[in-house]
Design a protein around this ligand. Structure first.
Ligand SMILES: O=P(O)(O)OC[C@H]1O[C@H](OP(=O)(O)O)[C@H](O)[C@@H]1O
Ligand SMILES: O=c1cc[nH]c(=O)[nH]1
Length: 512
């Protein structure tokens, strides 16, 4: 069938066709067509959407990338034929049926994802099938290698290349903003690529973006790291392991992070930058991704195993994850807290202790400190101001303002202080509840949104004293976050009455 092209300003590949043409071609929403431009002889497969109102029969609305690839403009004629789905669909179906994928099958799926031959629905099916049925260690290795193979790799002048990564899951985990400058200040090379939030209210890339741009090409990452020793950039923009961000986009709304995909996501980012020495931070706690020490050890073994298969020296730091790291959750609040520690603040303790512990392991592994002394070396690089100076160099080379101070970073203008309902001790801070409230308040998209934990576990509070503060950039989002906070009670004070259900409400419920 021949159709007249209308270029439509939607990024990516794809097309709309009229229902009548779809009927004649025998295709439904989500089916594939092959579009051929006879002038150039170029053709490409696309996934099709069907409309009755956006077009007239005989025309096709093609998205930007498809038009650019084929050299098409408005008014050109194309030939359209039905196309067979890529073989990766069969392999995704195999995972849905709990089959075990070969390295070749995983590579085919990942390649089709990156080449946009798979629709969002099909990628979601792969992520969901992996989430439900799991990936074994060989599939994880295949996924890691495939993610690296379908992107760019970077080589650095300085060796050893060291790196750290957190599996996330604990709110307020801003330690990368301290660890990277500490390590670079020790003279090591640390090209840190991070994701945005996956299950949280602020991933490291969301945080760093408060201070400087985080979108760079692989070449720019290499140039900046070689110049100042370290960077903190968003992996999703670098074309390093581009499949990673496609998977994360599917995971984000569900707040899921399947174990095998998580290992592959982390290790692909390490492998692609040629990391030789790596520390993985595994927070453990009842409301994090890993609930028990035993599970943490098993996960650590898998990270170490994948590391050794890929030729990386990996150690894991199993860390406290019962409650947030530091007090701040959400981009601006977290960045201000991290900067204040770099500027010399002696609290929050959990942030400082975790950062120097993780940095210390790296310093020992890289031979910059004797075994057992890494933490002290890290602490002195922090206390001397060397880490702050290095962080300023990193901010500057990424295009931010190097003289920024913690007091310049302002939280959202709309705030609500949540009072303790009774006098007593704070006995729990529920990580996932706090993240849910912070996300509803607008984090991580609204940089000023988030939560400040005025009282942490063990703090004695009097009735009416503020236990946490919610920040937002609009009254509407603040109201919604407050509603959710009242429902979830993410901070529990001992002796606290959680809810009072009067007798008549039960009777009303029964009548419903
Ligand atoms: O959103 P959740 O699931 O908590 O975790 C995701 C965060 O954890 C990792 O931290 P880092 O890059 O090691 O600093 C990721 O890159 C991301 O920033
Ligand atoms: O980078 C990361 C961190 C945690 N989980 C992932 O899937 N990727």
């Amino acid at each position: 069938m021949q159709l007249l092209v209308q270029r439509v300003d939607i990024a990516g590949r794809g097309a709309f066709i009229h229902e009548e043409d779809a009927r004649r071609l025998g295709v439904f929403d989500g089916d594939r067509l092959r579009v051929l431009y006879p002038e150039t002889g170029k053709s490409t497969p696309i996934v099709v959407d069907i409309t009755t109102s956006l077009l007239t029969p005989g025309t096709i609305s093609l998205y930007n990338v498809t038009c650019t690839d084929l050299g098409l403009g408005d008014g050109d004629m194309v030939e359209v034929h039905t196309a067979i789905p890529p073989s990766s669909i069969r392999f995704i179906r195999k995972k849905m049926d709990n089959g075990r994928l070969t390295a070749e099958e995983v590579l085919t799926i990942v390649r089709d994802m990156v080449n946009e031959a798979l629709s969002l629905n099909e990628i979601t099916a792969f992520v969901t099938a992996s989430y439900i049925n799991g990936l074994d260690i060989d599939e994880v290795e295949s996924l890691t290698r495939a993610m690296v193979e379908t992107g760019e790799k970077i080589e650095f002048a300085g060796h050893p290349v060291v790196d750290k990564h957190s599996i996330g899951g604990v709110p307020g985990n801003k330690i990368t903003l301290l660890v990277v400058p500490i390590i670079a200040a020790a003279g090591l090379t640390i090209p840190k690529t991070s994701s945005r939030a996956i299950t949280g209210a602020g991933g490291t890339a969301d945080l760093m973006e408060v201070l400087a741009p985080v979108n760079f090409t692989a070449e720019e990452v290499q140039m900046m790291t070689d110049r100042v020793g370290g960077v903190i950039v968003w992996g999703g923009s670098t074309n390093i392991a581009p499949a990673d961000d496609l998977i994360i986009r599917v995971e984000y709304p569900f707040k899921i992070d399947e174990r095998g995909q998580m290992i592959a996501s982390v290790m692909a980012k390490k492998f692609a930058v040629g990391a030789e020495i790596v520390v993985i931070d595994i927070p453990v706690g009842p409301t994090t991704k890993v609930h028990t020490m035993q599970d943490a050890r098993r996960l650590a073994q898998d990270f170490i195993e994948i590391g050794s298969r890929l030729g990386m020296q990996v150690e894991c730091a199993v860390t406290y994850g019962d409650s947030p790291v530091g007090r701040a959750i959400g981009p601006n609040l977290e960045v201000a807290e991290a900067l204040s520690v770099l500027e010399g603040a002696e609290t929050p303790n959990s942030l400082i202790e975790k950062s120097v512990a993780v940095a210390g392991i790296l310093l020992e592994m890289a031979g910059k400190a004797q075994r057992g002394e890494g933490e002290e070396v890290a602490r002195s690089l922090l206390a001397s101001g060397a880490a702050l100076e290095k962080f300023r160099e990193i901010i500057a080379i990424q295009g931010g303002k190097p003289d920024v101070r913690s007091s310049d970073i302002i939280p959202g203008a709309y705030q609500a202080e949540i009072p303790a309902p009774v006098s007593g001790y704070v006995v729990s801070l529920n990580n996932s509840g706090l993240v849910t409230v912070a996300r509803i308040a607008g984090a991580p998209h609204d940089k000023g949104a988030g939560i400040y934990c005025n009282a942490k576990i063990g703090t004695q509070v009097r009735k009416g004293e503020t236990i946490y503060t919610i920040y937002a950039e609009s009254q509407e989002l603040l109201n919604r976050a407050l509603e959710e906070a009242r429902r979830l009670y993410p901070v529990v004070v001992e002796g606290m009455l959680l809810d009072r259900i009067p007798q008549d409400s039960i009777e009303l419920d029964r009548m419903d």
